[in-house]
Design a protein around this ligand. Structure first.
Ligand code: GLY
Length: 372
């Protein structure tokens, strides 16, 4: 496994549980890149986009796997991963947003997704911290959340108990297929050999030498800035995950309020910017004015691995024994259990889940040039 983010570790745990000997190498500390910066929303419904029906099916499948996966993870590690089922509200605070929200509600309903329409009275009754400007919301009771910063140690403990060896601070620079085996060379000069190689290196997945052009995943970083505020855990300002225009709020049980997130094409730059923070805080304040009193606990930036078509790259590559678990963009936390199942089916020889083939890397080699 190259990469110890949530998807790499989820695959490693699944394979070790099935009896394979697994080693994970990571260029830094496990789980400290996109996973550590993530909001942890399991938002299969509210992330649904027109034209991405296959993605909605994958996301819904993974969302359905999450409660059982979370329970197994908590049992294997003894760590509470902050799974909360309070649901998510997408809120409109202006007439324009209300009109757009009605269209969105019709779209989600047409897809058969489980959403409700809440008027302003119901909304403010359930979430008194919301602005008096909150006009209505789409309620998505099935879009839950976890705390990614609790999932990381839980996965590491579960992996360790299953016999996975994790090597931090070993960047894989090149890989090579030698006969029936893969060899990986690390920046420190060390090497690893394996029957199967899984690339789960997030935004760095395209920078591993030795892969043939058809096996280079078209993945780039999508910078996300977020701000963490500190609520009183005994009297939290909000209980649901709340989405507004260009911003979302994720309340944790310990009082942290995660306000995310920008989506920026800035390469590997991860500096927080005044403009990014301004847009997040202004959007959050329009939803929940009382948060202006909260202390700032942390500024967060992370690099989502974004593929050329914004969809994940999961499943076998062209070379034998090569597999991918990358490109998860806005949905890495949500898709971790499904990713583990798809990659495990490819390596262990099981039947891949229906529709999984659509997320394999070979879709990019089938792209046709658009006539000018
Ligand atoms: N899933 C939300 C985000 O990536 O910002």
């Amino acid at each position: 496994m190259v990469g110890a983010g949530i998807c790499g570790l989820a695959v490693a745990w699944r394979l070790a549980d099935a009896g394979l000997r697994v080693r994970v190498v990571d260029r830094g500390a496990p789980g400290r890149e996109a996973t550590w910066a993530a909001g942890g929303m399991l938002a299969a419904t509210l992330e649904a986009e027109p034209g991405e029906e296959g993605m909605v099916a994958l996301a819904r499948w993974s969302q359905g796997l999450w409660p059982g996966w979370a329970a197994r993870l908590a049992a294997a590690s003894g760590i509470d991963i902050g799974y909360r089922g309070d649901g998510t509200l997408q809120v409109a605070t202006t007439r324009d947003e209300l009109a757009a929200l009605r269209h969105r509600h019709a779209f989600l309903t047409r897809l058969g997704l489980p959403v409700e329409w809440w008027d302003g009275g119901r909304l403010r009754g359930d979430e008194p911290g919301l602005s008096p400007d909150a006009l209505a919301a789409i309620a998505s009771p099935g879009d839950h959340q976890v705390d990614p910063r609790a999932v990381v140690p839980a996965l590491l403990a579960a992996c360790a108990a299953a016999g996975v060896e994790v090597s931090p601070r070993r960047a894989v620079t090149a890989v090579r297929r030698d006969g029936a085996a893969w060899t990986a060379t690390c920046a420190d000069g060390s090497g690893e050999g394996a029957d199967a190689l899984v690339v789960a290196a997030g935004s760095w997945s395209a920078s591993i030498d030795g892969l043939a052009p058809a096996d280079r995943p078209p993945v780039r970083p999508a910078k996300g800035q977020a701000v963490v505020l500190k609520m009183d855990p005994a009297a939290p300002l909000v209980r649901h995950v709340i989405w507004g225009a260009g911003v979302y709020l994720v309340p944790r049980a310990d009082g942290r309020l995660y306000v995310g997130a920008t989506v920026e094409d800035r390469g590997f730059d991860r500096a927080p910017t005044a403009g990014g923070l301004l847009s997040l805080l202004e959007g959050a304040w329009r939803l929940v004015p009382g948060l202006e009193e909260l202390a700032v606990a942390e500024l967060v930036t992370g690099l989502r691995p974004r593929s050329r078509d914004d969809l994940p790259i999961v499943g076998p590559g062209a070379a034998p024994g090569l597999h991918f678990a990358t490109g998860h963009h806005r949905n890495g936390i949500l898709l971790a259990p499904a990713t583990a199942e798809i990659v495990a089916a490819g390596i262990l020889g099981g039947t891949p889940p229906v529709g999984a083939a659509a997320f394999a890397l070979d879709r990019f080699t089938k792209e046709v040039a658009t006539p000018r």
